[in-house]
Structures are given as structure tokens and as C-alpha cells.
Design a protein around this ligand. Structure first.
Ligand SMILES: [Ca+2]
Ligand SMILES: [Ca+2]
Ligand SMILES: [Ca+2]
Length: 323
């Protein structure tokens, strides 16, 4: 059952209207029919001033690339016309549909715990944090374990969700450290009771308010302050880096509204990462586990690189593999 609950909605969510569904000709909205704003977005995509993620939802003519005629088809549907919408975005690989009490989720094939590691290479295929792979590494300069709740450090005027946390598994998450700047932190503004975060049990195998806090506070990469980079003092060796994400900002709730790259040790490890798409919705937790080799004798460097708006990170954990 945990595996089922850990599985995540992917590009096409067959879900109630409140979820982040992406249906044919609806890059922006949910609901039964596209709206004029969807069609305008498609038109902009056709002329290259917007980017559709997933691209195929913008092509109701049934072929890519997106053209201005796709926007016309969209408008026809938006005003109740009968022109057919035939987006080329049915899932092309086998997938499984799981119903829960709140949503219907289409699972990505081959990654049962949705940690970014395919089942065949995943050291723990049903454990999103992959603690089976190793123990938490220490930052030798500070003596602190590299397991942190990103957000304003305890020395600042932090939000209630920042600072050290004891998670629902009994592990300590340190206050944010190791970043190139202590600016550019914020906390959830999605509203709702306590800014509820969904999907925490899918990542942690449990949930409580302290664990939710890890996902409520973030450190984001403001280009005015040199973007966002982390550096940790660890010896050469094999590591598995867990990067925790969730959208908690009201202006980036849509697929494609915040996209970024992550590079570790100079290698691109997440390309055009979209946390809403990966998690299966806004306000929903997701982890990406990344195996890395540190060989240069200069510690571990993690870079968050903007593509659309600014990158943001909720939690970082570094596991030492076979230390
Ligand atoms: Ca996996
Ligand atoms: Ca796993
Ligand atoms: Ca955090």
C-alpha cells in the first residue's frame, strides 16, 4: 500500500479539477474545457514567447510543433464549438492508474518510488530517500550532518518553519547551512490550514508537522545575490544526494511556471526540473536522489540554475555510500 501511495501523478493527471491536470489544449487551466487564456498561451507558444510543459498539451491539431492553428482549435473549444481536440499526448509508455481517496494518479513507469532513480538502478526501489544506500555524511568544516531544512537559518528572522527539525523518522534536519548566500529564503504562501503539504508519507514513509515544516520553508536562488550554490566539506568518495522539493509559492503552482537545472560537481544532474510536474501537483512533496562521485578533493558542490523563474530547494541530505 505504501508503494501505491508513494507513486506520483505524472504529466497527465486524470484528476479532479482542483488538481494540476493538464488536458488537451489546457496548458494553464483545469476543468472540462480550455479557456481563452489557454488559447492565448498556445498562441504565444506557437510564436516562441511561451514554453509549453508538457509540449503536447498545446497541440490540439494532433501534431507538433505547436502552430497558430492550434490556438484557433483551442478557441473553438473554449466557446463551445465542436472541432475535435486531438493532442498527441496520450502516455506512450505503459503506466498504472491508482485511485486514492483524493485523486487519481497515473504512475511513471519504472520508478515506483518516484525518486528519479529507475527501479533497476535504485538501491531501495520502494524507499524514496534511499537510506539503505548509506549514512548521513558530515560537513567536516562545521561538524554538522548534511541533512538540512533549507530556509532562513536560525540566526535570521526566520519563518516558523525554518531551523532545526526532528522528522517523523526521528532524524534531525539541521538549519540551513553551506549556501553562498543567506538571502532569498521564503515560506509557504499557498494558504489553507497550516499550508498543508501533500505526499510527505510518499517520501518519508510517515508524516507529522515537523516534517511538513521542512517542505514549507525554502531557499531560492536570487540572481541578484549570485544565484544559489551549496558547498560542503566532505572527503572524496561516493555519495547519494537527496534533494527535497515542493511548490509552496502561489505564483508557481502550474506545470512549467518554475523550471530549473541542478548541477553537482559540475555535472548536470537534473535538466529542466519541474517540481510541480515531478510531484504531481503544487503543494506536494517529492524527492530526487542523485548518486555522485566526489573526486577533486574540493568537497561537494551543488548548483541550482534558473530556467523559468528561480530555482528553490526545501531540503538537502547527503548520504555517504560505503564510507
Ligand atoms: Ca526509484
Ligand atoms: Ca528509491
Ligand atoms: Ca525547508
Amino acid at each position: 500500500m505504501r508503494i501505491l501511495s508513494a507513486l506520483v501523478l505524472y504529466a497527465l493527471l486524470l484528476a479532479p479539477a482542483s488538481a494540476q491536470a493538464q488536458q488537451c489544449a489546457q496548458p494553464l487551466t483545469t476543468g472540462e474545457n480550455p479557456t481563452a487564456s489557454d488559447c492565448l498561451f498556445i498562441l504565444k507558444a506557437a510564436v516562441g514567447t511561451e514554453v509549453c510543459v508538457v509540449e503536447c498539451v498545446c497541440a490540439p491539431s494532433g501534431t507538433l510543433p505547436v502552430k497558430a492553428t492550434d490556438a484557433l482549435l483551442c478557441l473553438n473549444a473554449a466557446v463551445g464549438g465542436s472541432a475535435p481536440l486531438n493532442c498527441p499526448c496520450e502516455p506512450t509508455t505503459t503506466s498504472t492508474t491508482v485511485s486514492t481517496t483524493t485523486t487519481t494518479i497515473t504512475l511513471p513507469p519504472g520508478d515506483l518510488d518516484n525518486d528519479g532513480l529507475g527501479d533497476e538502478v535504485d538501491p531501495c526501489p520502494d524507499e524514496a530517500l534511499n537510506r539503505c544506500a548509506g549514512i548521513c555524511a558530515n560537513d567536516e568544516a562545521s561538524g554538522r550532518p548534511i541533512r538540512m531544512n533549507n530556509g532562513r537559518p536560525e540566526t535570521g528572522t526566520g519563518a516558523a518553519c525554518s531551523g532545526q527539525r526532528l522528522d517523523c523518522n526521528g532524524d534531525v534536519w539541521e538549519a540551513d547551512f553551506g549556501a553562498n548566500t543567506q538571502r532569498s529564503t521564503s515560506h509557504c504562501n499557498l494558504g489553507g490550514e497550516g499550508c498543508a503539504i501533500a505526499g510527505i508519507e510518499d517520501v518519508f514513509g510517515c508524516r507529522d508537522e515537523n516534517t511538513a515544516d521542512i517542505f514549507r520553508c525554502e531557499h531560492w536562488g536570487d540572481p541578484l545575490y549570485g544565484g544559489l550554490n551549496y558547498s560542503f566539506d566532505v572527503p572524496n568518495g561516493s555519495y547519494l544526494v537527496n534533494l527535497l522539493f515542493a511548490n509552496t509559492f502561489s505564483l508557481t503552482t502550474k506545470v512549467g511556471s518554475r523550471v530549473f537545472d541542478v548541477a553537482i560537481e559540475g555535472l548536470l544532474v537534473l535538466d529542466d526540473f519541474d517540481q510541480v510536474l515531478a510531484a504531481g501537483g503544487s503543494g506536494r512533496a517529492v524527492n530526487r536522489s542523485i548518486p555522485v562521485e566526489v573526486t577533486a578533493g574540493e568537497g561537494l558542490q551543488i548548483e541550482f540554475i534558473p530556467v523559468v523563474r528561480n530555482p528553490a530547494i526545501k531540503g538537502i541530505e547527503v548520504l555517504a555510500v560505503n564510507p
